[in-house]
Design a protein around this ligand. Sequence first.
Ligand SMILES: *[C@@H]1O[C@H](CO)[C@@H](O)[C@H](O)[C@H]1NC(C)=O
Ligand SMILES: *[C@@H]1O[C@H](CO)[C@@H](O)[C@H](O)[C@H]1NC(C)=O
Ligand SMILES: *[C@@H]1O[C@H](CO)[C@@H](O)[C@H](O)[C@H]1NC(C)=O
Ligand SMILES: *[C@@H]1O[C@H](CO)[C@@H](O)[C@H](O)[C@H]1NC(C)=O
Ligand SMILES: *[C@@H]1O[C@H](CO)[C@@H](O)[C@H](O)[C@H]1NC(C)=O
Length: 424
Amino acid sequence: MYSQLPLLAFLLANAAPSSAGLFSGSSHTLHLATHHAHKVAIKHSAGLARDLRVALRGVLDVQSPSSPNQNVYCVSSGGGVSVPVGSSNTSSPSATTSAAGSQPTTSGSSTAPSSPWKVVDQYQGQNFFDGWGFYTDADPTNGNVQYVDQNTANSSGLIEINSQGHAVMRVETTPQVQNNRQSVRITTQNTFTGGLVVMDSVHMPTGCGTWPAFWTNGPNWPAGGEIDIVEGINNYTNNQATIHTNPGCSIPSSNSTLLDITGTVVGGTDCSAAQTGNQGCGVRSNAGNSFGTGFNSNGGGVYAMLWDNSGISVYFFPRNAVPADITDGAPQPSNWSAPMASWPSTDCNPFQFFYTHSAIFDTTLCGDWAGSAWSSTGVPGQEVSCAQQTGFSTCEAFVQQSGASFSEAYWEVASVKIYQTSSS
Ligand SMILES: *[C@@H]1O[C@H](CO)[C@@H](O)[C@H](O)[C@H]1NC(C)=O
Ligand SMILES: *[C@@H]1O[C@H](CO)[C@@H](O)[C@H](O)[C@H]1NC(C)=O
Ligand SMILES: *[C@@H]1O[C@H](CO)[C@@H](O)[C@H](O)[C@H]1NC(C)=O
Ligand SMILES: *[C@@H]1O[C@H](CO)[C@@H](O)[C@H](O)[C@H]1NC(C)=O
Ligand SMILES: *[C@@H]1O[C@H](CO)[C@@H](O)[C@H](O)[C@H]1NC(C)=O
């Protein structure tokens, strides 16, 4: 389906004679110090593949990251890509579509203050999956998943646009599988450097064995940086946002008051992947409705990631507290209450350690984090271990034998919008 892929495969294979590592794909968070030399190697080579893909895509798609305010991208026909953009009428900040995607809304239009942020890419409604690539390589985080292409995902019922116009991404629920369960991992084909990413979701994957994430990632990991906006495992109910970088990026303090954040720094203050066994610097939300069953039973909410000269911040708004400027499509981050996490530019240059990001959704199972924490407790939502709750001594065995347990392991996303200012 993607005409670029044979070319990419050819170029990648020739760029690296030992391409096994390359084809392990792009990077993702590795939370444990165990075997990390090996894992760093995997992620490094994976980063190279990612780098090449972005470079090639830049050529093929005539992409112009240096002029982020351009609404119209020329895209190759082979990818089935027609990137939905905010071209409807960006001079009128309220002229945006609703979360459901199909119904225009004019909520409070004439009184909404104008926003410096203009949408450049939006993914919602019937066209949600346009503009994303379906990743089909082995999971770089060693999960028990087989990521499938769009046609397979569609025909297997793993993806759909539901009657509310929301994009659904599921995990295979076949009762028993021999090895891995089918799942979905998608990556935006357009990239961005700086900006505001706003993701509205009504449901996210949850349950023992799951490890979902919504994140952004740059080339040549960790050089281009990784920003995990929504991430956690198993029965967790509190989100953890994390950045992973090259050496030299840190958080100035682990004191939430000084950082002016609502979350709690859970690891160290050094964000370097290499110097922290890939842990980076993570911040856990104190809100029990920010992840998993807590998030889902509250109707989900909106995550926003602001990346500008002040640094990088992650905001969470539960469903009943989404600011009107967000629903109006005219975001005013300066008017929002404190973020759950923040990595200020004082100690981490956001345009040195981060560039050329794609946004990514995935749901992996077990692997380096969910599998390793199978018998652990002590994190909000995980007062009883998954080993004890399920009666399975390993995550892998549970995944292979308990398909019905993954009926809650799905994303249901109303929209993803990527905004830029004319000055960024
Ligand atoms: C966009 O909005 C402006 C201001 O409301 C209006 O004057 C203009 O006609 C609109 N353009 C389109 C293409 O709808
Ligand atoms: C799934 O397949 C149907 C039938 O070909 C098509 O109409 C629909 O757009 C596809 N949906 C996705 C999300 O790929
Ligand atoms: C944790 O996950 C297991 C398996 O998915 C599920 O049976 C259990 O109800 C969950 N526990 C809580 C407290 O949500
Ligand atoms: C965090 O900083 C604030 C403001 O300086 C201070 O009052 C508070 O005691 C600090 N908290 C901790 C745990 O150090
Ligand atoms: C900021 O928020 C307040 C309410 O909290 C609202 O009245 C005001 O219009 C907002 N300002 C902007 C510029 O969005």
